[in-house]
Design a protein around this ligand. Structure first.
Ligand code: IMP
Length: 194
């Protein structure tokens, strides 16, 4: 750790998410030390992932000396499930999982899905909450494929790489097109200037 740099806390218990973001962080020259903090946050049930992220960050930001951010993502099957599981993604992953989602779909070729991420940043120098968003579009694979990544990765085929699921990509390939990668790039641009 560089003692001359301020701390920037990523509040998450999900090591996969932290590793994805740390890999992106290491590619840039940023005047912050990125630290993982697994703090208990308050998760509300809301209509948008942005509201969930905002509430979560507000529930912990004052416990840390320095700027901090949290990241909230959702998986949306637009066709044929009208956006389900969306804000219920964690619960659906824990209950019916990828197999359960595949069982709800008949026509995989015509399916449409996307991931969205919201990063909520509490930026201490300005005493402000800021939001950075990213989305990736794709479709559902008829079979679970690949063993990289986590969550819904084995059933999501991104439009940019139509032969592979997210779970068949390396972390850097996934980061270059993913919801989290895009939101993160926006946060990086902000941090480089502030
Ligand atoms: P969270 O609330 O942001 O942690 O994510 C909601 C659900 O979406 C969890 O079940 C995660 O496993 C899943 N999820 C979040 N990001 C990704 C991703 O990049 N790939 C696959 N699944 C994800």
């Amino acid at each position: 750790m560089d003692d001359t740099k301020d701390m920037l806390y990523f509040i998450t218990g999900n090591n996969f998410k932290f590793n994805e973001i740390q890999q992106l962080f290491e590619q840039e020259t940023i005047k912050y030390n990125l630290i993982q903090k697994d703090l208990k946050t308050i998760e509300i049930q809301a209509d948008t992932i942005k509201s969930v992220a905002e509430f979560k960050l507000n529930s912990v930001k004052d416990k840390l000396i320095g700027s901090s951010f949290i990241e909230d993502s959702g998986f949306f099957v637009d066709n044929p499930l009208n956006g389900f599981p969306g804000v219920y993604s964690s619960y659906v992953m824990k209950t019916i999982g990828n197999k359960g989602i595949l069982n709800l779909i008949d026509n995989y070729e015509d399916s449409k899905a996307h991931f969205s991420t919201v990063i909520a940043l509490y930026f201490k120098p300005l005493n402000k909450l800021l939001f950075f968003e990213g989305t990736v579009e794709g479709k559902i694979s008829s079979l679970q494929k690949g063993n990289q990544g986590f969550g819904f990765d084995p059933i999501f085929i991104p439009d940019e790489i139509p032969q592979k699921t997210f779970a068949e990509l390396t972390t850097s390939q996934k980061n270059s097109i993913s919801h989290r990668g895009k939101a993160w790039m926006k946060l990086m641009d902000f941090l480089k200037e502030n």
